[in-house]
Design a protein around this ligand. Structure first.
Ligand code: GDP
Length: 197
């Protein structure tokens, strides 16, 4: 699929602001700094669409984009550390929970994971939580350009083996690099396939 148009629609700070829709929706999520904005910008051929974060964890909004006039791309807040009062705590915000459980037209949630790291406990917890709530998700490994081919293959295997402790059938895993623009076609073709289902 080619992305011909990508238009910003709205930012929501509360799930109530997310108007119900029947347009297929695809959301991107991950720990702060995982490369989510860079990936979204790569998919949409627009280096300024999603704002790359100077301060990790700063964005607390859901951003809606309309792609090719027929599907929504959703930029979810990063998970990891939420400020509860004066303390920082690991967790998922109410906004993330409300969106992921309440959005009927959500076709797939793309969970971004840094290809250089082993699977972090918060990523595991999040995916387990998705499974428990029947939220369809795929895994996207980011920043693959930072690894050699053999390191990447080794890390992918490790991540797969961690995932297989949780599920018999592995989720889809996409390998991407926002810097080298790899994995774009595979992701967009997968979205096109789901759009037609
Ligand atoms: P976000 O917080 O998840 O939206 O992450 P950003 O897209 O803002 O990226 C965080 C940092 O990682 C920035 O310094 C990016 O330039 C860098 N980065 C993101 N994607 C890639 C990638 O594919 N390759 C490399 N080498 N760096 C990346």
């Amino acid at each position: 699929m080619l992305v011909k148009t990508a238009n910003f629609l709205l930012s929501a700070s509360d799930f109530k602001q997310c108007k119900p829709s029947t347009i297929p929706e695809y959301a991107f999520i991950g720990r702060s700094n995982v490369g989510k904005s860079t990936l979204i910008n790569m998919l949409c051929n627009n280096s300024k669409l999603a704002h790359t974060s100077a301060t990790p964890g700063k964005t607390r909004l859901i951003n809606f984009f309309l792609i090719n006039n027929n599907w929504h791309l959703i930029d979810l807040p990063g998970y990891g550390f939420a400020k509860i009062g004066k303390k920082l705590r690991e967790g998922f915000s109410t906004l993330i929970v409300d969106y992921c459980t309440g959005r009927k037209n959500l076709k797939c949630l793309f969970v971004l994971i840094d290809s250089r790291l082993e699977l972090q406990s918060i990523d595991k917890e999040f995916m387990e939580w998705c499974s428990e709530h029947n939220i369809p998700f795929s895994v996207v490994l980011t920043k693959s350009d930072k690894l050699s081919k053999s390191e990447l293959a080794k890390n992918k295997k490790q991540i797969e083996s961690s995932l297989s402790e949780l599920w018999e059938e592995l989720p889809n895993i996409f390998i991407t690099s926002g810097d080298k623009k790899t994995g774009k076609e595979e992701l967009l073709d997968f979205i096109e396939y789901l759009n037609q289902k």
